[in-house]
Design a protein around this ligand. Structure first.
Ligand code: ADP
Ligand code: MG
Length: 221
């Protein structure tokens, strides 16, 4: 089961990864956007880390809702409201449970991804973050590792697409041949989730030496 601390560690890991990859995200956005995606995400996740430390929320849902609100209020670009909506809606769907299972998270994230699609008016294939998020949510029913791999594949698959939403769509056919920045940051966030789950599973096994690896455990691939 995933507790409140797991969700805080996930977002902290995402903040670290985004910080490390900010230059790459901005380079991707300079090819088909306005070269601010790395800075936007860095600012947003730094604020998320600070907000979670200042007033640690009591439940997984509250962690995600606070993170979402923080992204909306600190990120000026299109990605702020979109990621903010993703996390807020996912958090809301988790309700006030103290612990949630991977399957619960998968269905809550599905609601979050649907809210992103409604807000942005985009669908998979439009060369946006949805190209990574949608397959990731489907694969999360299987395992955290599968979700992360699906997000990576989805982000890579945006390269040959022509953008139909967001700033990149202004470029028309010139958006072809570049990986979408938002799909790339989504893949980083899913990688942070898989990494956090793998660490948790490792810790659980350390705590119970000799325990048979449980293929249905949180870190199960
Ligand atoms: P901005 O485009 O305002 O500069 P960012 O550079 O931070 O904002 O984010 C750009 C990313 O946001 C894109 O790469 C894309 O993945 C995502 N995005 C933009 N518009 C939409 C939309 N309508 N629906 C879903 N995602 C979108
Ligand atoms: Mg931008």
């Amino acid at each position: 089961m995933l507790d409140t601390d797991f969700f805080r560690r996930w977002l902290a890991a995402a903040a670290t990864t985004i910080d490390r990859e900010a230059t790459r995200l901005t380079e991707l956005d300079s090819a088909i956007g306005d070269a601010d995606h790395g800075a936007n995400m860095q600012r947003g996740f730094k604020a998320v880390t600070a907000a979670l430390e200042k007033e640690p929320p009591a439940t997984p849902g509250a962690v995600l809702m606070l993170a979402g609100r923080t992204l909306i209020s600190t990120v000026g670009g299109a990605s702020g409201p979109l990621y903010g909506t993703l996390l807020r809606r996912t958090g809301k769907a988790l309700g006030d449970q103290d612990q949630v299972g991977r399957e619960d998270l998968a269905s809550a994230l599905r609601a979050g991804v649907e809210a992103v699609a409604v807000l942005g008016g985009a669908a998979p294939g439009d060369k946006t973050m949805l190209d990574a998020l949608t397959p990731a949510v489907e694969a999360l029913g299987e395992s955290f590792g599968a979700a992360s791999a699906a997000a990576d594949e989805g982000a890579l698959a945006t390269v040959p697409l022509q953008a139909r939403k967001g700033r990149a769509s202004y470029l028309g056919a010139r958006s072809v041949g570049h990986q979408d920045p938002g799909a790339t940051s989504s893949a980083l966030i899913l990688a942070a989730l898989a990494e956090t789950a793998a660490v948790s599973a490792g810790t659980a096994q350390d705590a119970a030496p000799g325990a048979a690896p449980d293929s249905d455990s949180e870190g199960g691939r």
